[in-house]
Design a protein around this ligand. Structure first.
Ligand code: NAD
Ligand code: WQD
Length: 389
């Protein structure tokens, strides 16, 4: 008997597929709804290769009203949803904001409408650290606690904060309506999971991030440099200040230019909190269990390690995993980037009993194993020796 049945929207994507795997490994039944806009069904096969169980898959667009009804009809045992389906490219969100609001916000409204119709009342939502915007505008807010006032700086982030508000209002309304009818309203619950920077792959080398287009995140770009698909990494900083560098160690890059970044960190590059994808997936599992066991209403949790790393530190760490120096060049700042997004994960540590277990080095090694074994991502089979393990 499964411990429960979960609908995972966006479940063939990067974080969704790892969460589906974690759920199956914890004996949940998993049904995935995804329109494959940024993923492929091969993710399902890889999940099955690792855990021997196959999630059920529906090719569904969450923005089509009622499109999820068929799933809830076919699976009346589903009592919870983990909602990943979204567009997520920050830069693109400034170019086509309406598409972002349509997919992310309207898609969530369609989902909540279907959930309400079928009395499915637990939702774990993929929010983002980006809702905080520039937390350095407040004193004592780095590392960032959930109490930090939100203030996203781009349309993508504003879709996430809008969805957080939308879910909060809907859950509260449902709880109140049910109570007025003399029914138990406590079973409507939502986890707003604010992820910091997901990183890495499955240690088997069989599952990893496989976006359909060109990556724009730091680690996937570094992986492309390592495998020769890109000639160098562009480090986003101001690029105007000339300094002499003293980056030591065996993997210090000899391509370090006379230009450097100008963020007020110790090496001038921006700071992020990189969290291993397996830890992030585990965070979803424990948040779901918490909703089902404790009925907290709506609660936000940061999922991060609490440890910030600069861009230069990441180049060094990934170069070490690869075993060679990776070229880069400091260029101008990227619009909308902030100095420091490091989580204070205490709330998730205390309430969910969750703590990131894996190191940055694990994430780099796993990403490199995935990249070198799957240079075409899910478009080619992994080497037989990985499958035999
Ligand atoms: P992803 O693009 O790999 O996964 C998103 C999935 O949603 C894809 O499989 C895509 O095909 C699907 N999808 C998109 N539009 C859809 C639609 N209309 N109907 C059905 N499916 C649709 O992205 P990811 O990195 O796995 O991110 C998952 C979630 O986590 C997103 O909501 C994202 O905003 C959020 N998030 C991601 C990060 C990150 O850095 N990756 C950080 C914080 C939050
Ligand atoms: C990390 C650091 C860049 C690329 C984004 C979204 C956020 C969340 C995670 C979804 C930054 C620097 C990057 C490059 C660089 N996603 N960088 N050269 O911007 O922290 O977060 O993904 O919710 O919402 O904004 O991640 O990986 O793009 O950048 O120097 O070519 O690497 O400036 O400091 P980011 P990232």
């Amino acid at each position: 008997m499964p411990v429960g049945s979960v609908l995972v929207t966006g479940g063939t994507g990067y974080i969704g597929s790892f969460t589906a795997l974690a759920l199956l490994e914890a004996d949940y039944k998993v049904v995935i709804a995804d329109n494959l806009y940024n993923s492929s069904q091969e993710a399902i096969r890889r999940i099955e290769l690792i855990c021997g169980k196959r999630p059920e898959f529906y090719n569904v667009d969450v923005t089509e009203p009622g499109s999820l009804d068929q799933i809830f009809e076919a699976h009346p045992d589903i009592d919870s949803v983990i909602h990943f389906a979204a567009l997520k490219a920050v830069g693109e969100s400034s170019e086509i904001p309406l598409e972002y609001y349509r997919t992310n916000v309207y898609g969530t409204i369609c989902l909540l409408t279907s959930m309400t119709k079928y009395n499915v009342s637990n939702i774990v939502f993929s929010s983002s650290a980006t809702v905080y915007g520039d937390a350095t505008r407040f004193p004592n807010m780095i590392p960032i606690p959930e109490e930090c006032p939100i203030g996203p700086t781009n349309p993508y982030g504003r879709t996430k904060s809008t969805i957080e508000a939308c879910i909060t209002d809907h859950v509260e309304a449902q709880r109140n309506n049910l109570k007025k009818q003399g029914k138990d309203g406590d079973h409507w619950n939502a986890a707003l999971l604010r992820y910091f920077n997901p990183a890495g792959s499955h240690p088997s080398g069989v599952m990893g991030e496989d976006p359909q287009g060109v990556p724009y995140n730091l680690l996937p770009l570094l992986a492309q440099v390592a495998i020769g698909k890109k000639d160098k990494l562009l480090v986003f900083g101001d690029g105007r200040t000339a300094v002499s560098h003293s980056h030591g160690g065996p993997y210090a890059t000899r391509f370090l230019t006379e230009l450097t970044a100008d963020y007020s960190s110790k090496d001038g590059t921006a700071i992020r909190d990189y969290i291993h994808i397996l830890d992030l997936a585990q965070g979803h599992l424990v948040a779901l269990n918490y909703l089902r066991d404790h009925h907290p209403g709506v609660r936000a949790w940061n999922l991060g390690t609490g440890k910030g790393s600069t861009v230069f530190h990441m180049i060094k760490a990934f170069s070490h995993a690869v075993g060679k120096e990776l070229p880069y060049q400091v260029v101008g700042r990227r619009a909308g980037d902030v100095l420091d997004l490091t989580a204070n994960p205490m709330r998730a540590n205390m309430e969910l009993g969750w703590k990131a277990q894996r190191s940055l080095e694990d994430a780099c090694e796993d990403l490199w194993r995935w990249t070198r074994n799957n240079p075409q991502g899910y478009r080619q089979n992994p080497p037989q020796e990985l499958l035999d393990k």
